[in-house]
Design a binder for this molecule. Structure first.
Ligand SMILES: [Zn+2]
Length: 58
């Protein structure tokens, strides 16, 4: 299940308005500037800062 590229162009980090990167598994969107991960549920990005999870260091 992949997020639609057009949708990806529209979604921005609600915190910094930066571009988001889809995770390898396609189940989330990462903001590297904020080091936050937004979940994708039923192909709908959950762009809520309070719902975002901190990115773990690789
Ligand atoms: Zn951000």
């Amino acid at each position: 299940m992949a997020i639609h590229p057009d949708l990806l162009e529209l979604v921005r980090c609600p915190k910094c308005r930066g571009k988001l990167e889809v995770t390898a598994a396609g189940d989330g969107l990462d903001c590297h500037a904020c080091r936050l991960r937004y979940a994708i549920l039923d192909e709908i990005p959950q762009l809520l800062i309070e719902e975002a999870k901190p990115l773990t260091a690789p």
